[in-house]
Design a protein around this ligand. Structure first.
Ligand code: NAD
Length: 487
């Protein structure tokens, strides 16, 4: 495929291409250009030129175009979900949900964008008007990872466009194909230059976009390490940064939790997309007396999940995105076992699936916070379970992390629920229904998990800058002007 610049397919100035492979089979699906800083400059120039007119388009017309994009995505629903499955690997039902959530994000921000423009505030004196105006920034650089390439992109471009900005997108090199196809089929009615896509490596295309002087906003989802790099690279220009970074989400099971429901909830929270979700449950805390029975039930449940290519209808858990990502999971499990952890399920590559980057869903007990698997982001299908004695201790363990993205609790005890949401430092708290998104519910991280929020009104505000207008309609001479003390 090519790149999408100024409303049409564009050749890259690069001679090289990037191969995009199916993680289930390691077969090459297609290639995309390994873009260059020149390509980024062309895309930014197109986006900058388009901004002058796009910011003047009425909010109602912008809403119609965003709804139009959602409608076209609906027409291409099956095609987009299948292509996403082939390049990303997670099971088809999960990709159908991703396409559905993505197009609904367009509909949500189409409406929100035409609902607000700012507010009128009380003025200091009579005969004055004071406005708080919300204005677009200009060109927004959007950089997204491979795990939810459409959804995380739409969480950025839907509000950014609704707010009157134009965008230059850098998709992940591991999964750029569905993004290109979506822009081709669903955004072709936007004025040229409003939406642009430049494919390529993070260190080349990403860096060029981040440092470009005509890109005042960077909206990034990815690892904390790259987020920190972006913050360093942009410090000199005071760019607006919107950073959705890594996590190490805890799941606390309370002593009143019904065993079967809690086990099912946890299996889903830890294993959806083979554990490659920023808010995947990565560590679990269970009351000491309950732990043996709970862990055994979980191991049994997890052992029955069906591994396979995401495109097959019987698959529960697909492959991981690649061998390098699987190697990190293997390292975490090996280190934990070397320090005394016990594997109750999984802990290996499935022998019958040799071609893709598969790893069996893995349940571990006898873990503690000295182990990397309880501290660092694993980003794979692992469920390490640690015992706790009191709810105070469970909360302290949940907070014992540099991250603060999400946190889950299973209980019907209202006092525990309240303590959990008041005391746990995380951007999203899920009680009994883990990992559910809500278009109106702001999503993002505390601590090292990032800056800013996506979704909800907050997700639109990120792409507006605020201007205060003070207007004295009478225009008389004020008694507080010079000279002092003579009026
Ligand atoms: P990554 O940080 O390696 O890459 C993310 C994107 O940044 C990719 O498009 C990549 O090409 C680009 N990039 C890499 N180096 C860059 C640079 N120097 N300058 C600019 N861009 C650069 O992350 P990944 O492996 O693709 O995704 C997994 C990570 O994303 C995990 O840490 C996960 O927690 C995080 N994530 C966070 C959220 C969230 O909402 N908080 C959601 C999904 C994933």
């Amino acid at each position: 495929m090519k790149m999408w610049i100024d409303g049409r397919w564009a050749d890259s100035t690069a001679a090289q291409v990037i191969e995009v492979t199916d993680p289930a089979t390691a077969e090459v699906l297609d290639t995309v250009p390994a873009g260059t800083p020149d390509d980024v400059a062309r895309a930014v120039a197109a986006a900058r030129a388009a901004f002058a007119a796009w910011r003047q388009v009425t909010a109602v017309e912008r809403a119609q175009m965003l709804h139009g994009a959602a409608a076209k995505m609906r027409e291409h629903f099956d095609e987009l979900a299948r292509l996403l499955t082939l390049e990303e690997g997670k099971p088809l039902p999960e990709n159908e949900e991703e396409v559905d959530w993505s197009l609904n994000t367009l509909d949500y921000y189409a409406e929100l964008g035409r609902h607000i423009r700012g507010r009128v505030i009380p003025s200091p004196d009579a005969g004055q008007l004071s406005l708080v105006l919300k204005e677009p920034y200009g060109v927004v650089g959007c950089i997204v990872p491979w795990n939810y390439p459409l959804l995380l992109l739409l969480w950025k471009i839907a509000p950014a466009l609704a707010a009157g900005n134009t965008v230059v997108v850098k998709p992940a090199s591991l999964a750029p194909l569905t993004t290109l196809r979506m822009v081709e089929v669903a955004f072709d009615h936007f004025p040229p230059g409003v939406v642009n896509v430049v494919t390529g490596r993070g260190g080349v295309v990403g860096d060029a976009l981040v440092t470009h002087p005509d890109v005042p906003v960077i909206a990034f989802t990815g690892s904390t390490a790259v987020g920190q790099r972006i913050a360093r690279l942009t410090a000199g220009r005071m760019k607006k940064l919107h950073l959705e970074l890594g996590g190490k989400d805890p799941f606390v099971i309370a002593d009143d939790a019904p065993l079967e429901a809690a086990v099912e909830a946890l299996a889903y929270a830890a294993l959806i997309n083979a554990g490659q979700v920023c808010t995947s449950t990565e560590r679990v805390y269970v009351p000491r007396a309950m732990l043996p029975q709970f862990a055994e039930a979980l191991a049994e449940r997890v052992g029955r999940l069906r591994l396979g290519p995401g495109i097959e209808p019987t698959t529960d858990v697909g492959p991981m995105i690649g061998a390098a990502e699987r190697a990190k999971v293997e390292e975490h499990v090996a280190e934990a076992v070397a320090r005394g952890a016990r594997v109750l399920a999984g802990g290996r590559r499935p022998p019958h699936l040799a071609r893709g980057a598969y790893y069996e869903p893995t349940v571990l007990v006898d873990v503690d916070h000295t182990m990397a698997i309880m501290r660092d982001e694993t980003f794979g299908p692992t469920i390490p379970i640690m015992a706790y004695d009191t709810f105070d201790e469970a909360i302290a363990l949940a907070n014992d992390t540099e991250y603060g993205l999400g946190a889950c609790l299973y209980t019907h005890d209202a006092r525990k629920v309240r303590r959990f949401y008041e005391e746990v430092r995380a951007g999203t708290i899920w009680i009994n229904d883990p990992l559910t998104d809500n278009y109106a519910g702001p999503f993002g991280g505390m601590k090292m998990s990032g800056l800013g929020r996506e979704l909800g009104v907050e997700g639109l505000e990120e792409f507006w800058q605020t201007k205060h207008v003070h207007w004295d309609m009478e225009g008389g001479i004020k008694d507080y002007w010079y000279p002092y003390g003579e009026k």
